[in-house]
Design a protein around this ligand. Structure first.
Ligand code: G3P
Ligand code: MG
Length: 249
């Protein structure tokens, strides 16, 4: 297992602070900061012309109203879309941020990040390479080392090959017995998983093996407290203020 120091906090804002602002936007990063998140998680994929952007879905439809696929749309066409109105009148005109703009925003806010590499189908390695290249050139030295994660092991393998020093976490909805094999294959330091499906036995196994354990998406304060009691290191939440209050006591 690689040993580069990773200062993972106990709490990470999900897609920024998705309970309060349009997910994966700069407004959401600001909201996360305002509500006490030390780090944020967000999703990065590539536009048709290979610009890394913050976006969860393969389609632009849900968050921008545009019925097109991200992988088939140029950055010029994406950056003029409104990614805020769906979340309410206060966010009309909020843009889809480039990964570069998001990094600059994090630098200004002093926020760390779990960068989820979320490739469009078939673009696993390409997306990972764009992410690590951007981090190498733009990640502020003042910020803690970011954590890379992905549901796609192929993306993590490509990230490792290109930039082995960025710590990685496997990202798995429901863990199976092969989790350790998958973690070792990409030299991961962490396991990120669906907190609603994590068993006490699996949490104990992961911690005994020396991995950092993070869970998403936990918005119920009592559930967050219970997961920490199982040995979970980090709670990824849409509502960082609520979760921070619950886990502080
Ligand atoms: O990275 C944790 C979590 O964001 C993974 O699921 O679908 O919200 O990206 P998703
Ligand atoms: Mg995500």
């Amino acid at each position: 297992m690689m040993t580069l120091s990773l200062n993972l906090p106990r709490l990470i804002g999900h897609r920024g602070a998705a309970a309060y602002a349009p997910e994966n936007t700069l407004a959401s990063l600001h909201e996360a900061r305002r509500r006490g998140a030390p780090w944020v998680e967000f999703d990065v994929k590539l536009s048709r012309d290979d610009v890394p952007i913050l976006m969860h879905d393969a389609s632009l439809k849900r968050t921008t109203g545009s019925d097109r696929l991200v992988a088939e749309t140029s950055w010029a066409d994406i950056q003029v879309l409104d990614a805020g109105s769906w979340k309410g009148a206060a966010f009309v005109g909020e843009a889809v941020p480039s990964f570069a703009a998001a990094i600059d925003c994090l630098g200004g806010l002093g926020l760390g990040a779990n960068v989820e590499i979320k490739p469009c189908p078939g673009r696993e390695a390409q997306t990972a390479l764009a992410v690590v290249e951007m981090l190498q050139h733009r990640w502020p030295a003042s910020l803690p080392t970011p954590l890379l994660s992905s549901f796609k092991d192929e993306a993590l393998a490509a990230a490792r090959a290109a930039a082995p020093s960025f710590p990685r976490a496997i990202l798995i909805d429901e863990l199976a017995d092969d989790w350790r094999q998958r973690a070792e294959a990409v030299d991961a330091v962490g396991v990120n998983t669906n907190g609603g499906k994590l068993t006490a036995a699996r949490a104990a196994e992961i911690k005994a093996a020396g991995y950092l354990l993070s869970v998403y998406t936990i918005n119920d304060p009592a559930v967050a407290v219970a997961l920490l009691a199982l040995g979970v290191d980090c709670i990824i939440t849409d509502a960082p203020d609520v979760t921070a209050k619950a886990i502080a006591s």
